[in-house]
Design a protein around this ligand. Structure first.
Ligand code: ZN
Length: 73
């Protein structure tokens, strides 16, 4: 997964996040990438915080998508 934007000529940083689904609590290993500039910025830390707080695993994300879909009918 990519956090922020990586411009073509920017150096990529690969890092690992321990993610857990905020719905079912399943932990998911997160292989992440971002640009070197963004990695050192404050907004990066905020985005990672928010990302972890709102993270849903694939199963819960699909379940929510189906629910939303039925609701909109
Ligand atoms: Zn889940």
């Amino acid at each position: 997964m990519i956090i922020g934007k990586i411009e073509k000529n920017e150096k990529k940083i690969k890092f690992h996040l321990d993610l857990s689904c905020r719905k079912c609590g399943k932990s998911v290993p997160g292989g992440m990438q971002t640009s070197e500039n963004y990695y050192n910025s404050n907004s990066f830390k905020i985005e990672i915080d928010n990302f972890k707080k709102t993270y849903l695993c694939g199963i819960c994300r699909d379940a929510r998508r189906i629910k939303d879909h039925l609701k909109n009918k």
